[in-house]
Design a protein around this ligand. Sequence first.
Ligand code: ANZ
Length: 814
Amino acid sequence: EHRYEPHEIERKWQQIWERERTWEVPNDADGAPRSYVLEMLPYPSGEPHMGHLKNYSVGDAVAHFRRRNGMRVLHPMGYDAFGLPAENNAIKTGKHPREATEESIASFQRQFRSWGISIDWSREFGTHEPRYYRWTQWIFLKLFERGLAYRKEAAVNWCPKDATVLANEQVIDGHCERCGTAVELRQLEQWFFRITDYADRLLDDLETIDWPGHVVTMQRNWIGRSEGAEVTFTEPDSGREYPVFTTRPDTLFGATFFVMAPEHPDVLRLAAGTEHEQAVRDYVNTVLTESKEERADTERKKTGVALGRSVINPVNGERIPMYVADYVLMEYGTGAIMAVPGHDERDFDFATEFDLPIRRVVEGGAELPYPGNGTLVNSAPEFDGMHNREALEKIVDWLDREGKGHRSINYRLRDWLLSRQRYWGCPIPIVYCDEHGMVPVPDDQLPVELPDIQDYAPQGKSPLAAAEDWVNTTCPVCGGPARRETDTMDTFVDSSWYYLRYCDANNDDAAWDKKVLDSWMPVDQYVGGVEHAILHLMYARFFVKALADLGLMEAQEPFKALFTQGMITRDGAKMSKSKGNMISPAPYVERYGADTARSYILFIGPPDQDADWNDEGVEGVHRFLARLWRLGEDVAEQTGQQALLGPLEAPEGDDLALMRKAHWAIDKVTNDMAGRFAFNTAIAAVMELINEAYRRRESVSSGTLHFATATAASLIFPFAPHTAAEVYELLTGDRVWETPWPDADLSLLEQDVVEVVVQVNGKLRDRVEAPTNATREELEALARERPNVVAHIDGKQLVKVIVVPSKLVNFVVR
Ligand code: ANZ
């Protein structure tokens, strides 16, 4: 008796795929429909983990399924190679980040090959390679030309430990996302991408893509569009105007005070010379140490201080006192608000704390604050008695006519801060000349290569600043002395366009050929972790829209469909080094083979859910694959290689039953995979088919058994490609991936019979075989004839008959 030897089988097929470059696709058209299937590229740090195995197993199943359904599938791979972990490691060990990164890339390559993922290796790259980042720089300059990349001084989040600026998105609860250190604010010159110009399109086009609802919601909330008005208040002593953004201009008559953000540039100026000056100064200083989240926390006791000044409300000329308080944020709206304690919760809390007047201007709700709609009161004769929503429009019209305000839309979305004071990133291709200022590096001088340096530790500026030979250069305009920009780009820039480069990865003359790009884009199916629901996906969408506006591509969205996979956990807990519950794919692949590891990770549950890794479950899947292989061997010994059996003439008995099971499995797996990700139930269906084949192997014809076994191999191919290829070859001499996806003979399924339970008053009395598609009446008639039913209902009063099609008939009698 032979043994299932996954390693031999896997090595054999991997070598064939490698030698024949099976998964490479050319760019020239051949009329076949195209599909671009992509998993998020890995960040190469250390070895691949279980999340990677799941990610690429999902994507590979989709790619294989589409290929065998007649599509030309682009399925490439690359590495998001710049970034902090490699650099922090370099600071500790002195090892060049490139070295550590490339070691990790080699390990990913080895493992991807050992998993048998069907990758077009001819398009592979790392984002740290000059042949890639040359084009990252080129895109940066295109955006710069368009005014979409700009430099300005900004209060930025600064991580004192990593000594770098962080994007808002990288600050979690006031702490650095990477190292957990409390984040500080600093004023620095920084580079930004003008993503806010695209806020509306980023919002509207969410309608055009097939993404999970929760990801769409997260994107929508992140953009945070609010409709309202900007209303101008005036400080009478200085005559300065202070606009506020409000979503409720209908409540203007209820404004009883005015609040500025502590960072507002006028706060100290306004307080200067008043008795409040010192208190204001002290308050502003303490607030600077608070995190954004603390400040936005509505449960916190309200704090603030009076500025000793007042402003005039434009609708009624009323003078209301000015305060500074930390619940008003500088980054939102205008950094100042009109406070309406009667209708806004936070203003209400502040007013209560500081004993300020609270006025109702909208009727409704027993108590204040009342945030809802109703009739306007205590406002002005021309608005009182109106519904507040109507009044809102009228009041804004009035403000507009008087030049005291206008309709306005506000977004939570901020411009993307992309500069980093770090070494291991893509250099920003700009030089500074005393004469000509900021000058873009000309295309023919790209890439600006990242130089090798000795000391990676940042000192508040980029470690590149110390590389004098590199920093000192000449101005492209006048040839005079100039200095290079020493900041590097956020790694999210690299990953915002990598899927575009795959389309034409070996083009040395351009980032891509537009025709080629348009023939693949958008990505038809993107697969990745939900942790990228906001940043990466938003940035990539912005890049595509900006590049489309530049005429460089047609698609308006990068990823037509998105699938987000759940996590692999252990005993219900997230795996982490600190918990010591990490497991990696490699030992499982070594022990059981890649097919088992891949099939198991897709079998443990719906792949969009979190699922618990369980070693016994791995064994079970391994046994199933071994059984499939053994049956394949046995049948092949009996039949030799032969073509699959055609439709049976007049099948009956066990032959019919096994044929039906095979076609049922084809139908089930197809439905579970066509536009869905129900891989777990698809794999379960193939298991059922194999069980049925074993059960009936002695009583069916060899042709039927051959058909059932080869079909099982064919159907399991997207999950266990090596074992499937081996069994299919044993039985047919054919290559399973060159064989079209099987078609289910639905006529066989329609005739299928099911066992229906027959009850009287809920008690089991019999079982009957009935056609699956039998009607309620037919089922009831069949059941009523059974002797054991007759015995229990005869002479009684039939109250009702409950029929659950394909399942049960229950006679209720009295
Ligand atoms: C008066 C008012 C009355 C408001 C009322 C609300 C309810 P969203 O929906 O998130 O856009 N606001 C404006 N700028 C702010 C800032 N920089 N920091 C803190 N709060 C700010 O919220 C808009 C509302 O948030 C605005 O409308 C303003 O309060 C407040 F019954 O104005 B409202």
